[in-house]
Design a binder for this molecule. Structure first.
Ligand code: KIV
Ligand code: ZN
Length: 514
């Protein structure tokens, strides 16, 4: 018997983007969508169009521009949301409306204040309504893993009866355990056998089990998995796409499921691009895409590897994009080599963006002998931010550090209206002083919640990658920048976060968002 295909439904741009502070501008979202299409995912969940005009525009633009892949938009089980998704995805090659409604007792009794009958009816009505706009309808009973199994099966059968073609079983709060979840999925799969409906899963990682639960579900008959690049998402995140795909591919003997449509050699570049654009750093020991995923320290391991690679390696690093040829360009590299490398990295940029990125590349190559892929991704990321309605630009920063003297910094920013402002502040350290000077100029007092500098490449001239997380009132955002001068990169990272604060919508409170 031939192998079943596993549908890879990527929700980096919806659940992933819901992750606190991970907001991207529309240019960045389109770039991520293009990377996902190149990676070979089957479905891209592009966003939640009703949430804001910006979200609506991002989903519409992705639906218009990204071809050859299903584009889904999320809706609550209400007509207004479904109308908004239907409109946003109407130009897609293959549109999908994804409707959700919570089914568990806690959600019914406290969040929705609805009886089982009302939930059943609401779900069926919403699916039937969505079906007027397109054939491909997915329904998710939110908090399915904590729903009474008999009621869950009843809901699943009902939405399939009225036209849902995919039913997604979310482990919304990451409560499930692999054996139990596998049994539940087996029951759900059996309940719709012989009908035109596919069972999907969507697992959160609160207990670190999102990938394990998704794999148990696949073993039990689920044929779609919802996941995100680097596992980003609400709270502890979602199942990581790269881990799921590589587990199924590496243990084909066990799963007998096909994921050959995923171009695994693109996994690392996708991971880097999502990390760069969201500001969410990938932990070093992260499977598949973490810096240490294929480094072997112990002498015993190194000896084993030299004798036979598979003593300690179950995946070839090159299969997931770790090329030995990461070192690419230098001072003497020309425009042609630069363009070729950015194309190899999967970017498709407008000429103007290429020109600006090339100018920055030339400046960087004066400062730094060897330019790595990560350096190039950072240069391009800077261009996306520049074009994304950035309010404040750094004109100058000066920081004084002297033993025994309280650090002081002066910052000059241009404000996008042709004006510029300068402020000086002192702080516990130079970065603290810089942040305070910026706050004086913007009038937005921010608390620095997180600050890290990682060396992106090697050598004393390495680019330092700075990530910051800041908070203003209830809002938290990440900012990121990179450069050989880490004081300047820190200033840019902080400004990047401040620009996001002023640019993006405030979170819709109490709106029952997923
Ligand atoms: O976690 C969840 O339940 C969701 C649904 C909207 C699928 O994100
Ligand atoms: Zn979710």
């Amino acid at each position: 018997m031939g192998k079943d295909n596993l549908i890879i439904f990527d929700t980096t741009l919806r659940d992933g983007e819901q992750c606190p502070g991970a907001s991207m501008n529309n240019l960045e979202k389109i770039e991520v969508a293009r990377q996902l299409a190149l990676l070979g995912v089957n479905v891209i969940e592009a966003g939640f169009p009703v949430a804001s005009p910006g979200d609506f525009e991002a989903v519409s633009q992705i639906a218009r521009e990204i071809r050859g892949v299903t584009i889904a938009g999320l809706a609550r089980a209400v007509e207004k949301d479904i109308d908004s998704v239907a409109k946003a995805i109407e130009k897609a090659d293959s549109p999908r409306i994804h409707v959700f409604l919570a089914t568990s007792k806690t959600h019914r009794d406290y969040k929705l204040k609805k009886s089982k009958e009302e939930i059943l009816d609401g779900a069926a009505k919403a699916v039937a309504y969505a079906k007027r706009f397109c054939d491909d309808i997915e329904f998710s009973p939110e908090d399915a893993s904590r729903t009474e199994p008999e009621f869950l099966v009843e809901v699943v059968r009902e939405v399939v009866r009225v036209g849902a073609t995919t039913v997604n079983i979310p482990d919304t709060v990451g409560y499930a355990l692999p054996v139990q979840f596998g049994e539940l999925i087996g029951q759900v799969v059996d309940s719709v056998k012989g009908q035109n409906a596919l069972i999907s899963v969507h697992c959160h990682n609160d207990l670190g089990l999102a990938v394990a639960n998704s794999l148990a579900a696949v073993k039990a008959g689920a044929r779609q998995v919802e996941c995100t690049i680097n596992g980003i998402g609400e709270r502890a995140g979602n199942a990581a796409l790269e881990e799921l795909v590589m587990a199924i591919r590496t243990r084909e003997d066990f799963f007998n499921i096909n994921v050959d449509h995923i171009k695994t050699k693109r996994l690392l570049s996708c991971s880097r691009i999502v990390s760069n654009l969201t500001g969410l750093v990938v932990q070093r020991n992260k499977a598949i895409v973490g810096k240490n995923a294929f480094s072997h320290e112990s002498g015993v391991h190194q000896d084993g590897l030299l004798k036979k690679v598979d003593t300690y390696e179950i995946i070839k690093p090159t299969d997931v994009g770790w090329e030995k040829t990461d070192l690419v360009l230098g001072k003497h590299s020309g425009r042609h080599a630069f363009i070729q490398r950015i194309e190899e990295l999967g970017f498709q940029l407008e000429e103007e963006t290429v020109n600006l990125a090339f100018q920055e590349f030339k400046k960087l190559s004066d400062l730094k002998k060897e330019i790595y892929d990560d350096d190039i991704v950072s240069l391009i990321q800077e261009q996306f931010h520049e074009k994304g309605n950035v309010r404040y630009h750094l004109k100058n920063v000066k920081a004084n550090v002297e033993t025994g003297v309280r650090p002081e910094a002066s910052v000059e920013l241009s404000d996008g209206n042709g004006g510029s402002q300068e402020a000086t502040a002192s702080g516990d350290g130079p970065i603290d002083a810089i942040c305070q000077a910026i706050d004086q100029i913007t009038g937005i007092p921010c608390k620095l919640l997180d600050y890290s500098v990682l060396s992106k490449t090697v050598g004393t001239d390495a680019m330092g990658e700075v990530s910051v997380q800041i908070q203003n009132e209830e809002r938290k955002v990440w900012g990121k920048s990179a450069g050989t001068n880490i004081v300047e990169a820190s200033t840019q990272a902080y400004l990047n976060a401040v620009n996001k604060l002023v640019q993006y919508r405030p979170c819709a409170k109490g709106s029952n968002e997923p």
